[in-house]
Design a protein around this ligand. Structure first.
Ligand SMILES: [Zn+2]
Length: 103
């Protein structure tokens, strides 16, 4: 494993991480999980609703960067001309992040 300076996608702080694997610092891991779970719950509870990044920002009352971070991490994806947020189909798995972290 190669350790490298990574930039936290949640708070923007530099930290030592494994190159190409984690892009969130220790301090933000709980927040990242909590944020993802809230977003996932909302998307699952409102299947017909088209949720934009702006909607998610006002809904969860967080910095837009954090929503982009969840997209960049592969936890949620943008569909329909990169406008609406959607959960990755769990049967396809996730190429970059393990779902084990978010159970
Ligand atoms: Zn952080």
């Amino acid at each position: 494993m190669k350790f490298d300076i990574a930039k936290c996608g949640m708070c923007g702080k530099a930290f030592i991480g494994v190159a190409g694997l984690r892009n969130v610092c220790e301090n933000c891991r709980d927040e990242e999980q909590a944020l993802y779970k809230k977003l996932r719950k909302f998307i699952r509870d409102n299947p017909g609703q088209k949720l934009t990044i702006e909607d998610a920002v006002s809904l969860l009352n967080v910095d837009e960067r954090k929503i982009h971070h969840l997209v960049d991490s592969g936890l949620v994806q943008l569909v329909k001309s990169k406008k609406f947020l959607e959960l990755f189909d769990e049967t396809y798995g996730n190429p970059s992040r393990s779902k084990e972290d978010f159970r």
